[in-house]
Design a protein around this ligand. Structure first.
Ligand SMILES: C[S@@+](CC[C@H](N)C(=O)[O-])C[C@H]1O[C@@H](n2cnc3c(N)ncnc32)[C@H](O)[C@@H]1O
Length: 729
């Protein structure tokens, strides 16, 4: 009997348990269904294409050079290294021959990382050790053979056609001018500007098929003024603000009025992500380590996810909620669709769970190729090389040695990298070390045990703490909008494009009304015909009559337009001695490095030969580009009258009465050392105003000596323009 009671009780208990579990599953499923329904109802497609389709488009646009060239290629590289090493051992004539053929740099000793990395970190979980170690080894082969392998090809083939030029019309023009004997080192081949001036419309816009989590170039500290407005076009990631030098405006210092930072970006992802970051920065309860992870890392702690989701929810409930502050909402985007795209990212993040760390690592690893790994070998200390290799392989930042608490928490995939709507643009491999000045990191190192990854985390946390203080004390106010800047069609085509003129005028008028004291343009000047770019700048600064607007912007692509920025452009490439070609002496004598940098890594790094050459030649050739930039500013002033007519016909309002005026440019660009971890190099940061030189504050004109390179003369180059006089009209 007792047994039967127990059995009955037991089965009762079991049935209850089963019913309970069943109900729990139902509730969970309902919750999930509700989440999905809510998500679907608030999501709009970010693009008409899936991420994969956009990936294909991107590859077509940029031309993929990251596909593995195949086994025979790697075997040939290995053989070359072996024969060089053998020659080194044998010494004498064999060594002299190899040196003659490839230059002295072929004997550079690049230590293998295979063992030391494995000993320090072990191959990262979730990535196949075979694949990871092969990649590390291929990176080594590249580091050992660049740049002399390419150099030897160049010397063998002589002066190759300028086939690397991006625009087919550029190649056409180069070939024609070469044949006419009308081409010199220092000439700028700028087809888009030429076409616009000839009345042909041209599309040079930045690709829409990419989603960057952070900038791909380091910012230089530029001056911005309290109590004024700074407008940032193509702001991408708030890095400009993070490194800017905030000073009080004369006369306003007592009141400590806030700087209004107004950012515009075409990409709804950048707006959504950095709206969340700005909210997290404003809230002192959110650990700054969480902000650092969200900005840069491919993996987050669960605590970080909670902080992120908290701010996503509060943004959804306030800032951009339809029916909220309509004036604010109306201002947020070009149109309602764009507003919904920003919101789509936010509600996606509110409703989905992060992927696992394993999945994040795999996705990150899939974006890698040997050329992304090779730069790690340019670092001189073993602890830097292993820590950087771990970063490159995993994409993880802010999780290593900084916070024991963070290390104890569970890890999951970054939501901004790996949890996005199915139509979001794809990511390319981004490297956080291209977004920071490597010279600054070298300076801030505290002793030999301090790896460069640690220094990165410390420096960024300090910068974030500073920005947080400014936000909390209301000395900086951030507003971010999802809007697209367009340029005017050529004057003769304006009547055919009233919608574009309207879009141009509406954003330009909105910005002009803010009377910006300063503006930053990222490298948008590379993505507009230069004359049209100057039209935009002039129009945006037209209303700031008392204090003319100061403009900051940088060019990454000027080197593609500059004849002489590739070795094969030089007349005497075949005859160039090994010394000149391989070590770029005397060019590299002029490339000043601080002791800390010299002590940290090889700059410009073990990179393709033209990267190394271009990095050294940039200081000599950039004045020619600056003179070209100035010429286009003047042309924009001259043809403005034509535009004025067209704009008046189209009733584009006040803009039609914009004035022209002077032009002043900082006489030298600011250069930073390029990170050996990526191929972006010779990035030149300019500052200018459409006003006489007297209006440019001394602090803006000044170029910190620490990061400038002396000017030098390249054999066969044009006489340098007088860049000291880059002002006046
Ligand atoms: C010009 S892109 C290039 C990448 C840049 N070097 C960086 O590190 O951010 C910088 C930002 O400009 C934005 N952008 C590109 N074209 C734009 C346009 N016409 N109007 C507004 N933003 C634009 C992009 O979405 C991107 O976030």
């Amino acid at each position: 009997m007792a047994v039967t009671t127990i059995a009955v009780n037991f089965s009762w208990f079991s049935v209850n348990r089963i019913i309970f579990c069943f109900l729990a599953i139902l509730v969970k499923a309902r919750e999930k269904l509700m989440k999905v329904t809510a998500l679907q109802s608030s999501e709009v497609p970010i693009s008409a294409m899936t991420t994969k389709q956009q990936s294909h488009m991107l590859k077509e646009q940029v031309g993929s050079n990251s596909d593995d060239p195949g086994e025979s290629y790697w075997c040939a590289l290995q053989e070359r290294i072996e024969s060089t090493e053998e020659a080194m051992l044998r010494g004498g004539r064999a060594k002299a021959l190899v040196k003659k053929q490839f230059g002295p740099q072929c004997f550079t000793n690049v230590p293998q990382l295979y063992d030391s990395y494995q000993l320090t970190y072990g191959w990262p979980d979730s990535i196949s050790p075979d694949k990871a170690s092969t990649l590390v080894y291929k990176g080594y082969l590249l580091a050992r053979t660049l740049p002399w392998r390419e150099l030897s090809q160049l010397k063998t083939n002589g002066r190759m056609a300028a086939k690397y030029r991006r625009h087919p019309k550029e190649l056409e023009e180069l070939t024609r001018r070469q044949a006419e004997g009308n081409l010199q080192v220092g000439d700028v081949i700028d087809i888009p500007s030429k076409m616009m001036l000839e009345g042909c419309d041209v599309d040079v816009a930045y690709t829409e098929y990419v989603r960057s989590n952070f900038a791909n170039a380091a910012n230089v500290p530029e001056v911005i003024y309290g109590g004024t407005t700074h407008v940032a076009l193509g702001f991408n990631d708030l890095g400009f603000l993070l490194s800017a030098e905030l000073v009080d405006s004369p006369g306003l210092s007592e009141q400590q009025l806030p700087l209004h930072f107004v950012g515009y970006d075409r990409c709804p992802f950048a707006v959504a992500k950095f709206k969340v970051v700005a909210e997290m920065l404003k809230d002192e309860n959110v650990p700054l380590e969480h902000v650092l992870q969200i900005w840069f890392s491919s993996t987050w702690t669960t605590g970080c996810v909670a902080s992120f989701k908290g701010k996503v929810q509060s943004l959804l409930a306030t800032d951009i909620e339809e029916g909220g502050n309509q004036a604010e909402v109306g201002n947020d985007c070009d149109n309602k669709d764009d507003l919904t795209k920003v919101k789509t990212y936010l509600s996606h993040w509110a409703h989905v769970d992060p992927v696992s760390q394993a999945e994040a690592r795999q996705q990150h690893f899939d974006l890698l190729s040997p050329d992304k790994v090779c730069g790690v070998y340019s670092f001189l200390r073993e602890n830097d090389r292993t820590a950087l290799m771990h970063y490159v392989l995993t994409g993880e930042i802010g999780l290593q040695e900084l916070s024991c608490k963070a290390a104890a928490e569970a890890l999951v995939g970054s939501m901004t990298m790996w949890s996005v709507p199915a139509t979001a643009p794809p990511m390319m491999h981004d490297n956080a070390f291209s977004a920071i000045n490597i010279g600054l990191l070298a300076e801030k190192r505290q002793g030999d045990g301090d790896s460069i990854v640690n220094v990165f985390e410390r420096v960024q946390l300090k910068a974030l703490a500073r920005l947080r203080r400014l936000l909390v004390e209301s000395r900086v106010v951030i507003k971010l909008y999802n809007k697209t800047l367009v340029y005017l069609p050529p004057a003769n085509a304006m009547l055919q494009s009233p919608a574009r003129v309207k879009q141009w005028a509406s954003l330009v008028q909105e910005i002009a009304a803010l009377k910006p004291r300063t503006m930053s343009w990222s490298n948008l000047l590379d993505y507009f015909p230069l004359t049209s770019f100057h039209d935009l700048c002039r129009a945006c600064s037209a209303a700031a009559t008392e204090m003319p607007t100061i403009h900051y912007g940088y060019s990454m692509n000027w080197r593609h337009k500059m004849y002489g920025m590739r070795l094969e452009d030089l007349e005497d490439i075949r005859g160039m001695g090994d010394k000149t070609c391989c070590t770029f002496s005397p060019l590299d004598k002029n490339y000043k490095q601080t002791n800390q940098v010299r002590d940290t890594c090889v700059i410009p790094g073990f990179l393709p030969v033209n990267t190394v050459y271009g990095e050294c030649a940039a200081a000599a050739l950039v004045p020619h580009y600056m003179a070209h930039f100035q010429e286009k500013a003047q042309q924009s002033a001259e043809h403005w009258a034509k535009y004025r007519q067209g704009l008046a016909t189209l009733d584009a309002g006040e803009i039609a009465s914009l004035g022209v005026g002077d032009f002043t440019m900082r006489p030298k660009p600011k250069f930073l050392y390029s990170s050996p971890l990526d191929y972006g190099f010779a990035v030149s940061h300019f500052a200018w105003a459409y006003a006489p030189k007297t209006c440019m504050p001394e602090a803006v004109l000044r170029v910190s000596q620490q990061y400038t390179r002396e000017q030098l003369q390249i054999p066969g180059a044009r006489k340098l323009p007088d860049i000291g006089g880059l002002h006046g009209r």
